[in-house]
Design a protein around this ligand. Sequence first.
Ligand SMILES: Cc1cc2nc3c(=O)[nH]c(=O)nc-3n(C[C@H](O)[C@H](O)[C@H](O)COP(=O)(O)OP(=O)(O)OC[C@H]3O[C@@H](n4cnc5c(N)ncnc54)[C@H](O)[C@@H]3O)c2cc1C
Length: 602
Amino acid sequence: MKSTLLSRRDLDFLLFEWLHVDELTKRERFAEHSEETFAGVLDLCEQLATRYFAPHNKKSDANEPSFDGRTVTIIPEVKEALDAFARADLIAMGMDAELGGAQLPMAVAAAGLAWFHAANTSTAGYVLLTQANANLLAKYGTAEQIDAFLRPMLAGRFSGTMCMSEPQAGSSLADIVTRAEPCDSGPFAGTYRLFGSKMWISGGEHELNENIVHLVLAKIPGAPPGTRGISLFIVPKYLVSADGTVGERNDVVLAGLNHKMGYRGITNTVLNFGEGGFRPDGRPGAVGYLVGEPHRGLSYMFHMMNEARLGVGVGAIALGYTGYLKSLDYARNRPQGRPVTTKDPTTPPVPIIEHPDVKRMLLAQKSYVEGALALALYCARLIDIGRSAESADELESSTLLLDILTPIAKSWPSQWCLEANNLAIQVHGGYGYTREYDVEQHYRDNRLNPIHEGTHGIQSLDLLGRKVVARNGASLSALAAAVNQTVSAATASGGELGELAAQLEAAWRRLVDITGGMFASGDIEAALANSVVYMEAVGHLVIAWMWLEQMRAAEGRDGDFYDGKRQAGRYFFRYELPKTGPQLDLLESLDRTTIEMRDAWF
Ligand SMILES: Cc1cc2nc3c(=O)[nH]c(=O)nc-3n(C[C@H](O)[C@H](O)[C@H](O)COP(=O)(O)OP(=O)(O)OC[C@H]3O[C@@H](n4cnc5c(N)ncnc54)[C@H](O)[C@@H]3O)c2cc1C
């Protein structure tokens, strides 16, 4: 039976027929692998996700973690799933071989992880956080920190968190107040003591394994103001002795759990540091180990942000994808109504997939989730090319492209694969609005993605305020060059591909002109006021580009799968790409409606 989590056929098309990830094995970094090992990893991920993650997705939603003031209780299936994941050595799948990792390309690892997000995004969340934490320590940790904290995480003994947000500081991390005081004497000399409160910390407390490694942003007294004064610390729940055993409890405690709309299976916590509930060496303060140099903590976090944001995009896509497949299945099996051309009420009703409007909703979902998946895997392959670059030019061009595409790879799926979930509910009619079916949960789970890892609005400021203008627009030029390459090749093919290429080229040229005009005006306030409109327009153009790429890869191939690709691509160009016209008009006019609106007028 075909899975309703993801389409393996589509993954194979994108990875092997379009992106040719098997060619990565010609590079030294990936030389140990082959198309067979890649396929084996995808098989394994599908099997584990189906067997251990999907079965408790609804149960963990209905039975969210609880806290009795001492211990957090989580349904046992979560631990069983995470243990199975660790036993399969998947935590380190993308990491360097010298750390015990499989050194798989990110494109393959991202496709593998998508299975777990589609099956159970909450339980997968524990893995994602541990991987993000481990990636950061692999890059910036000392050899001792790697041995004490990273290796146990890769073995599944410890898990990881990312502690950035505070109650008063979410988008604006410059305003965090958690402080880290240097400790000069005693058994913890050379470490720091942390005091403060962190908000929204996913996976912040549980008993799923031996220890939790918190990566915490804090300010050392006397640090420069703002983001330039933020440092990064490892704060383990239990202190770890030199031989690696877990020892005394550290002074970090759970203040309470947040009760969420979706994503309910993973704990979301308020953590207090340094309140004195536990007293290492007889005094309050959570023992923290500085990562890298003082005051550079945020830059370390940002370094990892590309992958973390891509990970959020992949999660959003997976939820959109499984909702699409489930609504497709439903539409094929739900008889209701008759074709508009049938007048005879005694004829049997048809499956709703026969109605053009239901096909519209399915096509929209297909075009969003398959378009977004193409973008995510394209970005993942850019990471692989960067990591295995064979020349400075290759490193430069992959970095420039990845920089500008990252906010889009995070925000576009978070917006449009959520819309796919909305449409999946609609296809199910009243049944979709009930908890007996899966799609309402997918919608609630997916609603987080435009909020965390930088909100939708913050992504747009990053795109327009930083990435587009950085280095005199070098990233935008790199993206334009990549789009033009596809346009030229599709133009050379002629026919339908040539026509679509002409549409994309015209819209793209207009975007580039308007971008120049927005900054030439000198009215930065007006330019940035509509940054979300800008990001949404660029996002649609990028996904149109991804569809043209997929249609090129399907060119000359027969069969339902390829016909489906062509039709979804047509849908995107006919129904979605034209939406960018009014957006570009608004941007061109440097509209000031939002700026001029006053608080009192609401
Ligand atoms: C379920 C969940 C899990 C999370 N997990 C973690 C985690 O593990 N670790 C962690 O550190 N954090 C985590 N977060 C925190 C998350 O990253 C923040 O919620 C997010 O950064 C937004 O911060 P905020 O909630 O304080 O909203 P605010 O920053 O107050 O933003 C509110 C609104 O104002 C807008 N806004 C804010 N500033 C600006 C601006 N300068 N310009 C334009 N618009 C602006 C935002 O876009 C948003 O729409 C999680 C959050 C949730 C809900």
